[in-house]
Design a protein around this ligand. Structure first.
Ligand code: MG
Length: 385
């Protein structure tokens, strides 16, 4: 199988390369294309090790450096700026780009009629109405690499007609590093505190999103877009152990859950192997050690981002694009020690008050919504810092 990886130097990209490396069968996966933003040393090392046909680098200065280095070691590898090459060369494109920047890979992969192994939830959330029709193209399909949505994808396979049989989706949330804390006690938490995720090892943006529950809010919208289930039929339950990765309750009262150790390599391998399963094990549950699984309601007053996401999802149109863009701006500022952690929700909320109710029909509409939301969010940030 020919695999292309967008965002190869990020957390998902590196773990995808681990999955490829771990695959026992020689030549089972062939990495045909890598794309990265600007991590020159790392992408050069990856290219030297995996020998793709092309390396796509968006930043011109970084592209020049990568081209110079690979010319000496691997002259056959082309270094280009055109991300549509990923879908052209591969059977499956892993989209591990961080944030809204992942949109072009999502679009070009589906347009190319290829499987999109999607870790970049922001592209689907922001551009849901524009991405949806592309999924009807022959060969185009989305297999989610979000642990929760991978779990739901597996659970839904227990019915031949899940649209008819489903009662609700139960998205599990670890609760992040601040689970159980009061709003008051979170007033002065540091970036370091927010980056201490109890169960998952992920990139900084998504780890902060986990600490605010915005990650779960975005995942609610993602589940709605992926599976066509109404917002009233998507619930969030906090499950601190991150063993149950989500559940689906059917009309007959049966709840189907997917359980495994928290390791993103399992959803990555699932997305590559579907409809089969990977021969490699990504950890087994030790039931004697585990002994219990806990569930509780999310604290929606302290973690306001969850309901902000439900609101944006229900409004639809460009509202999810606005929400996601405002969140990116707020989180960027928090990571740069600008706004405080508890101001992230406020910035998003005040940005959403300027949402213009547009219904997007083209990518340009989405880009414009994203631009507008970022402008408003930056104004809100500037008022604070
Ligand atoms: Mg997730």
């Amino acid at each position: 199988m020919r695999v292309a990886i967008a965002g190869s130097t990020g957390s998902i990209g590196k773990q995808t390369l681990d999955v490829v490396r771990a695959a026992g069968e020689a030549g089972k996966y062939q990495v045909v294309a890598l794309s990265a933003n600007s991590s020159v040393d790392e992408v050069v090392a990856q290219a030297q090790s995996f020998k793709p046909k092309v390396v796509v680098i968006a930043d011109p200065a970084a592209r020049k450096k990568v081209a110079e280095r690979l010319k000496l070691s691997d002259p056959k590898i082309e270094v280009v700026d055109d991300a549509t090459q990923l879908a052209t060369l591969a059977d499956v494109v892993v989209n591990g780009v961080v944030g809204f920047a992942g949109l072009s890979v999502t679009m070009s992969t589906l347009k190319g009629g290829k499987r999109l192994a999607l870790a970049n939830k922001e592209s689907l959330i922001a551009a849901g109405p524009v991405v949806a029709p592309l999924r009807k193209i022959a060969g185009a399909e989305i297999i989610p690499i979000d642990s929760e949505h991978c779990a739901i994808h597996q659970c839904l396979r227990s019915s031949q007609n899940y649209a008819r049989d489903i009662s609700r989706i139960l998205l599990t949330a670890s609760g992040g590093p601040f689970r159980g804390r009061s709003a008051k006690s979170l007033a002065n938490v540091s970036v370091q505190d927010a980056l201490q995720h109890p169960t998952w090892s992920m990139g900084p943006k998504i780890t902060v999103d986990s600490s605010t529950l915005m990650n779960k809010g975005l995942e609610v919208i993602e589940a709605h877009e992926l599976f066509g289930v109404s917002y009233d039929a998507i619930s969030v339950v906090v499950h601190q152990q991150s063993i149950v990765h989500s559940m689906v309750e059917f009309r007959d009262g049966a709840t189907i859950a997917q359980l495994s150790m928290p390791d993103m390599k399992l959803p990555i391998a699932y997305a590559l192997e579907f409809p089969n399963r990977s021969a490699d094990s990504f950890g087994a549950i030790d039931w004697a050690e585990l002994s219990r699984l806990d569930f509780e309601k999310p604290d929606r007053d302290t973690f306001r981002c969850l309901d902000l996401a439900y609101q944006a999802g229900r409004i639809g149109g460009t509202a999810p694009a606005w929400l996601s863009a405002a969140n990116e701006i707020a989180v960027e500022s928090f990571l740069a020690e600008g706004v405080k952690w508890n101001q992230i929700a406020s910035i998003i909320e005040s940005t959403m008050q300027h949402h213009d109710g547009q219904i997007p029909t083209t990518v340009d509409d989405i880009l414009e919504a994203d631009r507008l939301a970022r402008t408003w969010a930056a104004k809100m940030v500037a008022k604070i810092v």
